[in-house]
Design a binder for this molecule. Structure first.
Ligand SMILES: *Cc1c(COP(=O)(O)O)cnc(C)c1O
Length: 405
């Protein structure tokens, strides 16, 4: 799953280029950098590999979401509709630009239910943010139709689905903007980093300035830059970009391994009639970082999780329903609007409302779901071994449960 698993001489070489010059910053120092522009090179490589007109690198995926929202003009009091199953970063970004995260139900795609999105639209809705969780994708045709009908922006959080596609286009390049994270556990990594992808020149220009204190990058030197708007510092360093440059060249290798291992595991798990799989709107486009599968009910799912635990094979299997990072059930800090800086009263009111909202439809999906992460290090033999161990545990758990009944 993460690119760091295949750390190599290629990454070391790119980082060494930067260490040789000692120019660790992406802007300026034109002479001293001896032609090394790792961030610029990585942006060009990302545009070319993923089919985006523009790419703006940043210090993290969270910074990418924040910047994309600001660049699209989402701000104070605007509502952003997002799924109840994501990573905390998605709502952090929305809150940080003064907007209101409106969390809604997911369906068996493990991301936004288009029907739930429709129900959540108000006159304050400005943007829909699907999160392509665990390597696969949202139903983008349905979401794009809703955006068109209601004149809303579409921002894809593709942080977890680098290399995934929908009807031939890269996830993250389909909406008005999209983001990848290059943190240490993502499909390709910079150590820390992220990118905003967009085909809209104005959105890109906004990102370019916003990530660097609003400097317009048009001065004869940095000191002469003007400030058409306020910005912050979300810059990536040349060292991080150098790692990413080596990784983006290997991303097809990573994806091929993921797909091979995913297919092998799926074949084994399919032998259990009680197991079903996550709905994937475009199966060709699954980046296969995880295989996500369901059992018929919560009781059986918990029995399987416990059997995996007892056999020491739980590692790499995620039961998101009990997880503190990814599902609304455990986000008490969000639901109680506990923030170090005071939030706007409209944000607080919306979060308190969230605490009372019924997520039983999402619960009924999440409490039956297990996601197995796909390692890049597994050989074909090892996937089979892993699959067979899971299969035996599954069969045993199901048998015990039947005996109990
Ligand atoms: C990782 C991730 C992010 C944020 O990325 P960071 O680079 O860790 O800040 C945002 N959204 C999702 C769904 C993620 O998994």
């Amino acid at each position: 799953m993460p690119g760091f698993e295949l750390w190599s001489d290629a990454e070391r070489k790119e980082v060494n280029d930067v260490l040789e010059t000692g120019i660790l910053m992406r802007y300026g120092f034109d002479g001293a950098r001896k032609g090394m522009w790792k961030a610029k090179e990585l942006e060009a490589a990302l545009c070319s590999r993923f089919g985006s007109k523009y790419a703006q690198l940043l210090s993290s995926g969270t910074a990418a979401l924040t910047t994309a929202l600001a660049a699209l003009g989402v701000g104070a009091g605007d509502e952003v509709i997002m799924p109840a199953f994501t990573f905390v970063a998605s709502f952090e970004a929305v809150l940080s630009v003064g907007a209101i995260p409106v969390l809604v139900d997911i369906d068996e795609t493990l991301t936004l239910s288009p029907e739930a999105v429709r129900h959540a639209i108000t006159e304050r809705t400005k943007c829909i943010m699907p999160v392509h969780m665990c390597g696969s994708m949202a139903d983008l045709d349905a979401l794009q139709a809703i955006c068109k009908e209601h004149n809303l922006l579409l921002l894809e959080d593709a942080c977890q689905s680098i290399g995934g596609t929908y009807k031939g286009k890269s996830l993250g390049t389909i909406g008005d903007a999209g983001t990848f994270s290059f943190d240490f556990v993502k499909t390709m990594t910079c150590g820390e980093g992220g990118v905003v992808l967009t085909n809209n020149k104005e959105v890109y220009n906004n990102c370019d300035g916003y990530t660097d204190h609003g400097h317009d990058h048009k001065g004869v030197d940095r000191g002469a830059d003007l400030h058409p708007f306020l910005g912050y510092n979300y810059r990536i360093s040349e060292l991080h970009a150098a790692v990413g440059l080596a990784q983006v060249r290997r991303v097809d290798e990573f994806l091929a391994i993921q797909k091979r291992n995913h297919a092998a595991l799926k074949e084994i798990l399919s032998q259990v009639p009680e197991v079903s799989f996550r709905a994937v709107p475009d199966p060709e486009g699954d980046s296969c970082t995880f295989i996500s599968w369901f059992l018929p009910n919560e009781e059986l799912t918990r029995a399987v999780v416990n059997e995996f635990k007892a056999r020491g094979i739980l590692g790499g299997n995620f039961y998101w329903f009990d997880n503190n990072w990814h599902y609304i059930r455990k986000w008490d800090h969000l639901k109680s609007a506990t923030s170090l800086n005071r939030l706007h009263k409209d944000q607080v009111a919306a979060l308190e409302h969230l605490a009372l909202k019924d997520f039983s439809l999402s619960d009924a999906v999440m409490n039956r779901c297990i996601s197995t992460s796909i390692s890049l290090l597994w050989t074909e033999e090892q996937v089979k071994e892993k699959g067979i161990k899971m299969l035996e545990a599954l069969k045993d758990a199901l048998k015990k449960n039947l005996e109990k009944a």
